[in-house]
Design a protein around this ligand. Structure first.
Ligand code: 5RP
Length: 220
């Protein structure tokens, strides 16, 4: 199976986690886009969605799915999103598409986080994929120096501005042995909006697309 077919399989499998009559939190990226297209087929069975990016909002609305402002919903039973890397502890690197901050906010509100990835995203140690860090523009040089001090090599994502009007530094060269500690440490650098480590709030379920079908990984 191709990588696209594996993404398609997990996107469809995620429909089983959508709660009837409720709001769905929706992530960003190519796998999330496939999920949105699948969600369109059952759109009459949900009350609507909360989007983690402008791109996702546009695609949901294009399918006629009502998009709610996060401030107008009391809760989100499930958030469904892809990842750039995930380990067996359900810690992830996200933000390849630059939507990390809004993704982290919607994930924080959600009761359950279902991560949908193809097999290539499952890793033993996080950090081969450069860690995205969203920064306030005036702090980018300072944050670059601080990230270098902790052993990374930050590279400014060329010509990219987030939905929040900020910049992204992609940090190469990190071997992330303690994701919770590193997520917390980077968040303490003044000028950082958020970072792409999703370890303090890991996924609850990972739907992993493999050549032998969709595998379900959980922490239990
Ligand atoms: C976007 C993300 C995506 O979930 C991540 O980049 C994976 O994307 P894809 O499904 O295209 O491989 O975090 O900010």
């Amino acid at each position: 199976m191709t990588q696209d077919e594996l993404k398609q399989a997990v996107a469809r499998a995620a429909l089983d986690y959508v709660v009837e009559g409720q709001i769905v939190g929706v992530g960003t990226g190519s796998t999330a886009r496939l999920f949105i297209d699948a969600l369109a087929e059952i759109k009459d069975r949900i009350s609507g969605a909360v989007a983690s990016s402008e791109d996702t909002k546009k695609r949901l609305e294009g399918h006629g799915i009502r998009v709610f402002d996060l401030n107008d919903v009391a809760g989100i039973p499930v958030y469904i999103d892809g990842a750039d890397e995930i380990n067996v502890e359900m810690h992830m690197i996200k933000g390849g598409g630059g939507a990390l901050t809004r993704e982290k906010i919607v994930a924080a509100v959600a009761t359950r986080f279902v991560c949908i990835v193809d097999r290539s995203k499952l890793v033993e140690v996080l950090g081969t994929f450069p860690l995205p860090v969203e920064v306030i523009p005036m702090a980018s040089a300072y944050v670059t120096r601080e990230l270098t001090r902790i052993g990374g090599t930050p590279v400014l994502r060329d010509g990219f501005v987030t939905d929040n009007g900020n910049l992204v530094l992609d940090v190469k060269g990190l071997q992330i042995l303690d994701p919770v500690a590193l997520e917390t440490r980077i968040n303490q650098i003044v000028g950082v909006v958020s970072n792409g480590l999703f370890a303090c709030r890991p996924a609850d379920v990972c739907l992993l697309g493999t050549g032998n079908g969709v595998q379900t990984l959980t922490l239990d």
